[in-house]
Ligand binder design. Structure first.
Ligand code: FAD
Length: 361
């Protein structure tokens, strides 16, 4: 059997999931190289900062919707079969307000907040809440079962699975995407997979001007909520969000957040942190059962991550650069986990196209 050498650049959830999926193939020899790895916390590395859960936002008929839909079965299976991966089921509640329709968060949550979303037929237990179940100040609500991921545990699990299946992992910083080929552990590779997230905006040979940061600030606490909850908006400005989700296996509870387009600031804004915590307590009183007050929150840390946004949406396509094939998979904004397996399988489909063409030469 002919073996093709592949270099994957990036060890975020997109690069690691792609490595995990492709590592099952015996016709590939894979090196994964990255500047940041699971265990690192850095403003250039989005994946550890994510909530992370599966709350679909792709509009029907879009590539994103296809990727999200394709991802659910894998997350569901890993949740059932691999408790050590750090994923667990949680009930979700989404509350909507008419007045948020045109805000940044309102547009971001548009599909998630619908009363008839496409995922009603995918996620278990979907139903529209009775008016009596919707808190004061909101116009409607829905509920369904989804998953929440402990990102440090899950990223390390993905890395471990890929390594177990033969992927060679290296640290390195590329200045040009064409340099990836010679960084393969054999000294040369035929295909590069570009999973560089936000840094696709700065990487030679790619320099994608459509990529920009969507700053998200979170507070991680020890308190436990009774469900994952979010809203279509807040009264603190159109870019501020309110969400609560509890990570699996002792990962704490993430309180969010915001969606600040074009902002690169890596340090938490403590005024924003105070608003995030107050909104979380108002939205999910079960976080603070003794006093109902913010002071009952036990803070582990405040954090900031930059979502790899992209005008035109996620990029999963092939391109010939300097005579070599590059398969791009970046620009996953606020949905890298919930579209990860769909993306990895789409990359595999592109790869099979390239392999087929090579075989016919
Ligand atoms: P990254 O995780 O940024 O990884 C990029 C990788 O490429 C890194 O390893 C980096 O070192 C490497 N790299 C880049 N350039 C180079 C180079 N030149 N040389 C070598 N290596 C390089 N998504 C969800 O699905 N659900 C959620 O609930 C959710 N919540 C979020 C909450 C917050 C606050 C934030 C910030 C994001 C959230 N997201 C969520 C979005 C999700 O985190 C991202 O979409 C995802 O992490 C992007 O993954 P990635 O692999 O593309 O990029």
């Amino acid at each position: 059997m002919a073996v093709t050498n592949v270099t994957i650049v990036g060890a975020g959830v997109v690069g690691l999931t792609t490595a995990f999926i492709l590592s099952h193939r015996r016709d590939l020899s894979i090196t994964l190289i990255a500047k940041h790895m699971p265990g690192d916390y850095d403003i250039e590395y989005a994946s550890p900062w994510a909530g992370a859960n599966y709350w679909p936002v792709g509009a029907p008929g879009t590539l994103l919707q296809r990727l999200e839909k394709a991802t659910w079965a894998d997350l569901d299976r890993i949740c059932r079969e691999h408790p050590e991966a750090g994923i667990h089921y949680q009930d979700s509640r989404i509350y909507g307000r008419e007045k948020d329709a045109d805000s940044t968060t309102g547009k971001w949550m548009d599909e998630l907040g619908r009363r008839d979303p496409w995922f009603a037929g995918v996620l278990p237990n979907f139903r529209v809440l009775e008016p009596s179940e919707v808190p004061k100040g909101y116009d409607w609500g829905t509920t369904f079962t989804s998953v929440c991921i402990n990102t440090p545990v899950y990223l390390s699990w993905l890395l471990g699975q890929a390594v177990k299946n033969g992927v060679v992992v290296k640290r390195g910083v590329l200045t040009h995407i064409s340099d990836a080929a010679q960084l393969h552990h054999s000294g040369a590779s035929d295909i590069t997979i570009n999973c560089t997230g936000l840094l696709a905006a700065k990487l030679g040979g790619v320099m994608d001007a459509n990529v920009f940061p969507g700053r998200g600030q979170v507070t991680l606490v020890r308190n436990e909520p009774d469900a994952m909850v979010t809203t279509s908006g807040t009264d603190d400005g159109g870019s501020e969000a309110a969400y609560v989700m509890q990570r699996a296996v002792g990962g704490g509870t993430i309180l969010g957040g915001c969606m600040q387009h074009g902002e690169w600031e890596s340090q938490p804004d403590l005024n924003l942190a105070a608003r995030i915590m107050q909104r979380a307590v108002d939205l999910v009183p079960s976080l603070v059962p003794k006093t109902g007050k913010v002071t009952e929150l036990s803070v582990i840390r405040h954090g900031v991550g930059l979502r790899p946004m992209r005008k035109g949406g996620v990029r999963v396509e092939r391109e010939r650069i300097d005579g070599g094939w590059v398969l791009h998979a970046y620009g996953h904004a606020g949905y890298g986990y919930q579209s990860s397996f769909g993306t990895a399988r789409e990359v595999e489909r592109l790869l099979e196209g390239v392999l087929g063409e090579k075989a016919r030469l």
